[in-house]
Design a protein around this ligand. Structure first.
Ligand code: S3P
Length: 173
């Protein structure tokens, strides 16, 4: 079984995913880390040197590569992964369980303000314009995210509460 976590930057895909994998005794994989190891380059460097279109191409290839293995895995995608290259359709047609970790604009804004410099898509956006950027971007992306098999609200829940909820949701019948 593969549980795929999707959601905007800062929604806790990696933090929640790591803890969930421990609880389920599954492996954990973060797509950005997988790409960084495979291409021996940071995501920011790939964006700077080869551009976003190249990054989108390799991330969609890597999703397929990983999902084909079919092992017990919690797999956190990047924020944009389901929104490019038919990846959301691919996930829905495969046997993975997808979960959208849905955060409100203000929760995401608060979290991203803290480490926005590490994220190539928002590092150049002025703090005063960040909330509006997130609002528009999240609106565009929601139509992909909302197709997930399950939607879990993250606002006002701790990692532990989210892990417990996900564990129940993804439990085989
Ligand atoms: C991106 C999100 C990032 C990373 C890249 C692009 C996006 O992953 O893949 O910077 O398009 O939202 P996280 O969601 O893990 O920060």
């Amino acid at each position: 079984m593969i549980i795929v976590l999707i959601g905007y930057m800062g929604s806790g895909k990696s933090t929640v995913g790591k803890e969930l994998s421990k609880k389920l005794n599954f492996s954990f994989l973060d797509l950005d880390n997988y790409i960084e190891n495979k291409y021996n380059s940071s995501v920011s460097d790939i964006f700077d040197n080869q551009g976003e279109i190249y990054f989108r191409k390799i991330e969609s290839e890597c999703v397929r590569e990983i999902c084909e293995k079919g092992e017990n895995l919690v797999f956190s995608l990047g924020g944009g992964t389901p929104c490019y290259g038919n990846t959301m359709t691919y996930l829905l047609n495969s046997s993975v369980i997808s979960v959208y970790l849905r955060g409100s604009i203000s929760t995401i804004f608060k979290r991203l303000l803290i480490d926005k410099n590490k994220r190539p898509l928002i590092s150049n956006i002025d703090e005063n314009n960040l909330k509006e950027f997130i609002a528009k971007h999240l609106f565009e992306r929601s139509k992909f995210y909302n197709k997930a098999n399950h939607i879990v609200d993250i606002d006002s829940f701790t990692t532990k509460q989210l892990v417990d909820r996900l564990k129940l949701l993804t439990k085989p019948m």
